[in-house]
Write a protein that binds this ligand. Structure first.
Ligand code: ATP
Ligand code: MG
Length: 436
């Protein structure tokens, strides 16, 4: 036997038994997004490398060390998308979606980052991304955030998100918000930050030393507990914000207050990608361990122009589906959809008749969930499979039933109910009544 092949580290198979959670999540997302007027967009998984280095920023973690980049057969440098915003902006510009119009877009799919695989962090993972274009004011920021809060409610993850809820230990989702101001305000702040961290150079870890001059704001985002005190005492961006960003942020907070949504202002929330300005936010769960951020986003008013379009205000977010599924698995059980009928067929003539009978039943009862046993074998082994399928009824077709124009119906979930013989001509009515 040849050596068995394995999946790439950090790239997961999602197996049938996990699928009910994924499907519930994806369907809930689609339904809610449609209710808020969002339209789906799909764009390629592979783009020119330059798109990501330009959009995300040369000195970000993603571009510096996480991208799957390769040369194709023409020698062009291509990259598997590490996130969706850059591709979405590229597609929107290229297809003229941004000219003099407002857009509310969403997408869902695989993203790729060469990170160290661990719980909640994979090399192929899935995100739902939501992007809006053409809206400048804090209203859309508020609507977007309120929509995420409603999403958690619709998913049954509604603990501790409204002002009425008291602190619920162990199951909370916390909304953190901050304002990054304008790029100009950030440049001034950055100088003060570099001065501060340089004065405490001996306390920085290797990563932070590297970032000190390339991307000092990212030091604030460090997950290293040893840097906590240093970061807490660092100068705060809010003291350097321009008036317009301050007013925008105050208005956003007022909307969230009025809607009764609780949030924490986290002055050290800077986000790992360069394109953000003004509003940034994250939803963090306290039940997922270190990888607790389930949703993150912000405003990126400069990105469209940076990628070659006309200046367009924008705000969006992305949520990691693996982390949401992990949360769902601890909170809810998605509704099962077991088959109504498992069709047992004994012998070749019965198999032939059974196949046609199954199609007739499907014609008459379009929502009937019916599994035919096409694997054959004894009555006992087929009934075993019927039971394992969790079907409500086994419908049995063997020589005797064929000869008398009947089927035997056995209730699999109800011990008290006896097996009964039902004429084939009444089977549709029998099943319709049972399904009602
Ligand atoms: P982190 O700080 O966890 O590395 P990030 O800032 O790199 O997150 P974003 O680029 O904002 O993450 O992505 C949005 C969301 O996508 C994250 O909040 C998370 O839920 C999910 N996500 C990001 N990277 C991964 C990954 N490697 N595996 C699984 N989910 C991920
Ligand atoms: Mg990351």
């Amino acid at each position: 036997m040849s050596k068995t092949l394995q999946a790439i580290r950090g790239m997961n198979d999602i197996l049938p038994h996990e699928m009910p959670y994924w499907q519930f999540l994806e369907q809930t997302l689609r339904d809610l997004l449609a209710c808020y007027g969002y339209e789906e967009i799909r764009f390629p998984i592979v783009e020119h490398t330059e798109l990501f280095s330009r959009a995300i920023g040369e000195v970000t973690d993603i571009v510096e060390k996480e991208m799957y980049t390769f040369n194709d057969r023409n020698g062009d440098s291509l990259t598997l998308r590490p996130e969706g915003t850059a591709g979405c902006v590229r597609a929107a510009i290229e297809n003229g979606l941004l000219h003099n119009q407002v857009q509310r877009l969403w997408y869902m799919g695989s993203m790729f980052r060469h990170e160290r695989p661990q719980k909640g962090r994979y090399r192929q993972f899935h995100q739902v991304g939501v992007e809006t274009y053409g809206m400048t004011g804090p209203e859309i920021d508020a609507e977007l955030i309120l929509m995420t809060a409603r999403l958690w409610r619709n998913l049954g993850l509604h603990n501790a998100i409204s002002a009425e809820d008291t602190e619920t230990a162990g199951s909370g989702l916390v909304l953190q918000i901050n304002s990054l101001g304008t790029p100009a305000a950030r440049i001034i702040y950055r100088e003060h930050l570099v001065k501060y961290f340089s004065a405490h150079h001996d306390q920085l870890d290797e990563d932070s030393k590297r970032r000190l001059h390339s991307n000092p704001l990212r030091i604030l985002d460090s997950k290293n507990p040893a840097l906590q005190t240093l970061n807490t005492n660092a100068p705060q961006l809010s003291d350097y914000l321009d008036d317009e960003s301050t007013a925008h942020f105050a208005a956003l907070c007022a909307y969230l207050d009025a809607a009764g949504l609780r949030y924490q202002i986290n002055p050290r929330l800077v986000r790992g990608l360069d394109y953000y300005n003004k509003t940034v936010f994250e939803w963090v769960s306290d039940t997922l361990g270190a990888q607790g951020t389930i949703c993150a986003g912000g405003r990126y008013d400069g990105l469209v122009e940076q990628i070659g379009g006309k200046s367009t205000p924008a705000i969006g977010f992305a949520a990691g589906l693996e982390r949401l599924v992990a949360l769902l698995q601890t909170h809810t059980t998605p509704a099962d959809r077991p088959p109504h009928v498992y069709l047992v067929m004994i012998g070749e003539p019965a198999s032939r008749a059974g196949l046609l009978l199954a199609e007739k039943l499907r014609d008459a009862l379009p929502s009937l969930r019916l599994i035919s046993d096409c694997a054959g074998g004894s009555l006992k082994s087929q009934l075993k499979r019927a039971d394992k399928s969790c079907a409500r009824f086994a419908v049995i077709l063997a020589e005797q039933e064929l000869a008398t124009g009947t089927v035997s119906v056995k209730a699999l979930r109800d011990q008290d109910q006896k097996q009964e013989s039902v004429p084939v001509t009444s089977l549709i009515k029998f099943l319709a009544d049972a399904m009602a």
